[in-house]
Every structure is written in C-alpha cells, then in structure tokens.
Design a binder for this molecule. Structure first.
Ligand SMILES: [Zn+2]
Length: 198
C-alpha cells in the first residue's frame, strides 16, 4: 500500500478507538514557550521527550536548519502570532549536531533541481523575480554559529517585544542533551537596533 494511504487507514482506527483522548489540550501553550528548530526526523520525538514537553506545552516551529531565512518571513510571523495571540513569553532556538543543512551549497541544489527537470530558464526567471539562490540555499558552518545568527536576528528584530526571553541551544541528535550557545545580550542588540544604520 502507498505510504499515505497506509497513514490514512491508520487514522481511521485512531479516531474510532478514541486514541486522541490522550492528547486533549487547547491552543494556548502551557509552558508559554516557542521553539524554533530543525525538521530533522531524529528530533521528532527526541526533542520534546528530552525537554519534558508534552502535547499542548509549546509552539514548535520547524524548518530545514531551524533558521530565519528572511526577517519578515513565515518564521518571525509565526513567532509574533505565538507572542501576541497565544501568550508566549520565551523563545528557544535549538540547532542540533550533524544537521543535514550544514553542508548544502547553492550550486549543488541548483544542479539537483536541473536533474529533477527544472529548466535553466525557470531558474533564471525566478532569480530575476528576486530569488537570491546563494542566500536562500545557504548552508552553515556549524550549528552553534547558525543558532547564534538566528538568536541575533531575533534579539535585534524591531517587532519582537523587549521583554521576550530569547536563548539559543544545540541539541545532541543522539542523546538529546542540550548545550546553551553563548549569544549577545538583549541590551547590546537593542542598543544596536536603535542606532541609525550608516
Ligand atoms: Zn537539521
């Protein structure tokens, strides 16, 4: 059976057997925390388990690498909704060891797109429409560096309220152990964001 069909068939019995009752909660995160992390499949259950998070505790935002690729893109939008509508007061940015995004390169990604049948014309046209492939498909040198950069973007962000706590971590993809990444203080970042850019 097709994997999606298999999941749909499982879903029927899940609902019929009322297995959902174990997950009952509301939309407000009990721990008032939002976590930005990677879509890596090793973290699917490990990350919540290693942090003692259950259904209903945290807003978890995931993408490849757990990064902010645009300061006014979907990640910051989600975080603002979490803060303004859902009561989040703390943000954790959690990178992880052996991340698949670490070594990607824009040139390789574009080559792979071509192998999948995407034409050079399509790549050129999208580039003309504003897609900066080198930036969009940029990898990172280390998880620590990436977390540092993401935390910095959030701390300097003009729309993230100053009272929101923002901290960065790297999780071991096997053991779930988290280590805090040293980042700049909010005050330094605030001072920096208030300074007019030359
Ligand atoms: Zn990853």
């Amino acid at each position: 059976m097709d994997i999606i069909e298999e999941m749909l068939s499982y879903n029927k019995s899940f609902v019929e057997e009322k297995k959902y009752e174990a997950y009952s909660t509301d939309k407000y995160p009990d721990k008032k925390v939002a976590i930005l992390t990677c879509m890596d499949t090793r973290l699917t259950e490990l990350l919540p388990a290693a942090l003692g998070i259950k259904n209903g505790d945290a807003k978890i935002i995931k993408n490849a690498g757990g990064v902010i690729s645009h300061p006014y893109g979907s990640v910051v939008r989600s975080l603002l909704i979490a803060i303004l509508e859902l009561g989040v007061t703390s943000i954790m940015v959690i990178g992880h060891t052996d991340c698949g995004v670490q070594n990607i390169s824009s040139a390789e990604m574009q080559e792979k797109l071509k192998e999948c049948g995407i034409t050079e014309t399509a790549l050129e046209a999208t580039a003309k429409c504003g897609v900066n492939y080198d930036k969009w498909f940029k990898g990172f040198r280390s998880a620590e560096e990436s977390v540092m950069e993401t935390v910095d973007i959030l701390k300097k962000h003009p729309l993230i309220p100053a009272q929101i706590q923002i901290r960065g971590f790297v999780m071991n993809s096997e053991t779930g152990e988290v280590e805090e990444v040293r980042t700049r203080g909010r005050e330094d970042a605030l001072e920096c964001r208030l300074k007019p850019t030359p």
